[in-house]
Design a protein around this ligand. Structure first.
Ligand code: NAD
Length: 353
């Protein structure tokens, strides 16, 4: 399995493979770039079809965290970890303690939080053997979804201001795809601001609640991306913006929380060609991690929600800067975001002795 010449390697500072025969732990921690500070990123537990698939995922995710933290102006670098296995069958406290020891072995260069397949309780189990954990109740921030939704709302308003010259959402129509932890908080903010909601979810109960609470119009999940609305807010799946869906879009702005919305880099250019303003997902959905950065374990100060949410709101300013750069350099907004991020971290740092 190639590591240094892996297509996703991209000058990672460190890739650590860990194994614990007693608990069955097979894990990889990837540190992409720590020039801004220790790497902060979640730990994913997933039944990868091969070790190589796990390596590809962790390299891609940890690089993404470098860009996300840089654009959110956090004193953190990019890192991520994966545990290879089936969340249904292999989870145990001992497994997460073994993972915690692996995190501890990096002496603080990596701070671990939850991700797909790993709960806050699992991170707390890691916390029994390492203090380098984040996103647990003891730190004060709690569930990241409300902060993520607040960041999406602020960024959506900045995008509307850029596109239409005013960020007044009264009477503006927004198609929300996915009414889960983030989507439903976002929909509540939009409704309170006077927006007209069109919604879809595969969960019928979530749709019913939205119709009742916010007078939303419900459409089929297969149609939501194509409905006529000023804004499309993808808050469910990745790769929703692709060569099939982009020609069907009927919106002027895309601003939602879902990760990896563009199926390929080319799709950013396709949106630009159609004159649709795309709010780059990793900029818009950084509210959760910004909130976590205010936790006691990471900031050293006690958590204050008002301060944390004011920091989250700055996502709107960052997007405005990205849009200006995109216009000046005639770039898709997705590429302008990457360029701006790359100005904010150094390509390589000397390893600590
Ligand atoms: P969630 O699982 O709580 O909600 C996802 C919702 O999407 C669910 O209600 C689900 O039923 C719905 N859904 C699934 N398939 C669908 C389809 N085909 N059409 C319409 N709806 C569908 O997840 P979440 O925490 O709300 O996160 C939403 C997205 O935002 C994910 O892509 C996630 O990676 C990203 N994100 C979340 C956070 C956070 O703080 N939770 C932070 C950053 C990014």
């Amino acid at each position: 399995m190639p590591v240094f010449c892996h297509p996703e390697f991209d000058a990672h500072e460190k890739v650590l493979f860990g194994h614990d025969p007693e608990t069955g732990l097979k894990a990889i921690i990837a540190l992409h770039n720590t020039s801004r500070g220790p790497a902060l990123g979640g730990c994913r537990l997933w039944a990868y079809e091969s070790d190589e698939a796990a390596l590809t995922d962790v390299l891609r995710l940890s690089r993404g965290m470098t860009y996300k933290s840089a654009l959110a102006d956090l004193p953190f670098g990019g890192g991520k970890s994966v545990i290879i296995g089936d969340a249904e069958t292999m989870k145990s406290e001992a497994l997460f303690r073994a993972m915690g020891r692996l995190v501890e072995s990096l002496g603080g260069r990596y701070r671990v939080a939850e991700d797909v397949g790993v709960t806050v309780a699992d991170v707390e189990a890691m916390g029994q053997v390492t203090r380098y954990v984040a996103g647990i109740p003891a730190g004060g921030a709690g569930d990241p979804s409300p902060a993520t939704a607040w960041g999406v709302f602020c960024g959506l308003k900045a995008s509307v201001r850029h596109k239409f010259g005013s960020d007044d959402l009264n009477g503006v129509s927004v198609a929300v795809q996915g009414l889960g932890a983030v989507g439903r908080h976002l929909a509540a903010h939009l409704h309170a601001a006077g927006a007209k909601l069109v919604v879809a979810d595969i969960n019928e109960r979530a749709v019913r609640q939205a119709v009742e609470a916010w007078d939303a119009l419900a459409v089929a999940p297969s149609e939501i991306h194509a409905v006529e609305a000023e804004i499309f807010a993808p808050c469910a799946l990745g790769a929703v913006l692709n060569e099939k869906t982009i020609p069907q879009l009927n919106c002027a702005v895309i601003a939602g929380s879902a990760n990896n919305q563009l199926a390929t880099l080319r799709d950013g250019a396709a949106l630009k060609a159609r004159g649709i303003l795309y709010a780059p997902d990793y900029v818009l959905n950084a509210g959760g991690i910004v909130n976590i950065s205010h936790e006691t374990q990471l900031s050293g100060a006690s958590y204050d929600k008002a301060t944390a949410f004011a920091h989250v709101a700055r996502i709107g300013d960052t997007l405005a800067e990205i849009y200006r750069l995109a216009e000046r350099a005639d770039l898709p907004t997705s590429e302008a975001a990457d360029r701006l991020a790359e100005q904010r971290f150094k390509p390589a740092v000397r390893q600590a002795a």
